[in-house]
Design a protein around this ligand. Structure first.
Ligand SMILES: Cc1ncc(COP(=O)(O)O)c(C=O)c1O
Length: 399
């Protein structure tokens, strides 16, 4: 991996700080497109929710990517970053009908995951092409919060409701141009993708005018040294072959679409935070950092793992630490981690901080959100200023 002067960046831009490596994003994007080079028409729609800074969206625009969006605001961010509407797919869940219409008005690809909404939309806008998100009922994903294809999931229209989907399509005369699924995140086993793909193919056969099949995402990235990851190269070989066969059976050119978030940005991101206090209790040595789950909530929310290193004293003797934040809640980033000896004032670096980190940050405890820097062409470029007290007060009204 390319060396980033993280400590210098923390000095220059201050901590807490998010740093993203443009080169990693680019190489992950190319890795995926290369893996599927045997498919004639491939579309990668970057999942904006993972990291939505407009400078990052601009990077994806230049790479030729599309965008996967889940809110009208993400659509607007994409347009602001220079994407044309035809490069954006909008896959909401549980949003108002007005929001759906607003997205259709903007000209983005609509993806519907609810029968009643499909019926309503088809009656009012029969000419707007619509993609349908199915729920294939495949149990996949790293944990229950990120597994969304199972029977109890709120996402997608059950494949068992296919007859009802077909009746709505026939009755409204609406044009279905895509079928979509997303079964979860952090899927290790490529057989799960291949199995779910067959369900998508079976569903697709019932629609005569499809332009694309969207296989969602779920690629697992490594979170620590020697961790396992989805073998996208092998998946690319197997799924491309099967997709090309299906395309022949279907008798019409189809685009194969994916919408990864983590795979494209997780490893590109680093979160840097200063150690405020080292506190020894009867059982534990805590290192308390100048941050909390207001800046990085994944460990508390998902139990996710972020490798942590001491940038200030990387060669120190290793000791066991529990890394906690300053939030007035239990906000433990890691327990009993072996880290080079930590002194107050040291800068710690959290790895895999590109996806679902800044984008899930908040102002809890009335703290400022951190700054974001993009490392590109040998330079650190500020892409979001650290918040100030004015940002906290914006929109608040004194009595
Ligand atoms: C519909 C949809 N597509 C794509 C993604 C991106 O998933 P990942 O970050 O695992 O690639 C998600 C994640 O929540 C999602 O819900």
């Amino acid at each position: 991996m390319q060396h980033l002067p993280l400590l210098e960046l923390a000095r220059e831009f201050d901590a807490p700080l998010y740093v993203y490596n443009a080169q990693t994003i680019e190489s992950q994007y190319k890795r995926l497109t290369n893996a599927f080079s045997k498919v004639n028409s491939l579309k990668i729609n970057y999942a904006v929710k993972a990291l939505s800074n407009v400078a990052i969206l601009q990077l994806f625009e230049k790479l030729g990517s599309g965008l996967d969006t889940v809110s009208i605001q993400e659509v607007q961010l994409g347009l602001h970053a220079g994407f044309s509407p035809d490069r954006i797919i909008y896959t909401p869940n549980g949003v108002s009908f007005e929001e759906l219409e607003q997205a259709a008005q903007l000209g983005v690809q609509i993806n519907i995951d609810n029968l009643s909404v499909l019926e309503h939309f088809g009656q009012v806008h029969p000419k707007v092409p619509v993609c349908i998100r199915i729920n294939p009922h495949v149990m996949a994903g790293g944990n229950t919060n990120i597994s969304v294809g199972h029977i109890d999931s709120k996402f997608g229209i059950s494949i068992h409701q296919l007859p009802h989907i077909l009746r709505i399509v026939e009755n409204t005369g609406m044009h279905i141009n895509g079928i979509h699924m997303h079964t979860g995140s952090d899927i290790l086993d490529i057989e799960v993708f291949l199995y779910a793909a067959e369900i998508l193919f079976d569903t697709a056969k019932h629609f005569k005018e499809l332009d694309f099949l969207d296989f969602g995402s779920g690629f697992k990235v490594p979170y620590k040294k020697d961790d396992i990851e989805t073998n996208v190269e092998e998946l690319g070989k197997k799924l491309s072959k099967r997709f090309n066969e299906f395309q022949k059976e279907y008798g019409r050119d189809l685009t194969l679409a994916f919408e990864p978030g983590k795979f494209l940005v997780s490893e590109a991101g680093f979160f840097l935070a200063k150690v405020n206090v080292v506190k020894q209790t009867t059982s534990t040595v805590f290192a308390g950092i100048d941050s909390g789950f207001n800046h990085l909530i994944r460990p508390m929310f998902y139990g996710s793992q972020h490798h942590i290193e001491n940038l200030s004293h990387p060669k120190g003797k290793e000791r066991f630490y529990t890394i906690v934040g300053y939030i007035c809640e239990t906000d433990t980033f890691a327990s009993n981690r072996r880290i080079a000896e930590i002194k107050e004032g040291d800068i710690l670096c959290f790895h895999n901080a590109g996806a679902y980190c800044f984008s899930m940050s908040s102002n809890y405890n009335s703290r400022f959100k951190p700054a974001e820097v993009l490392w590109k062409d040998g330079k650190g470029i500020l892409i979001r200023q650290r918040e100030t007290f004015d940002d906290l007060l914006r929109n608040q009204i004194l009595l």
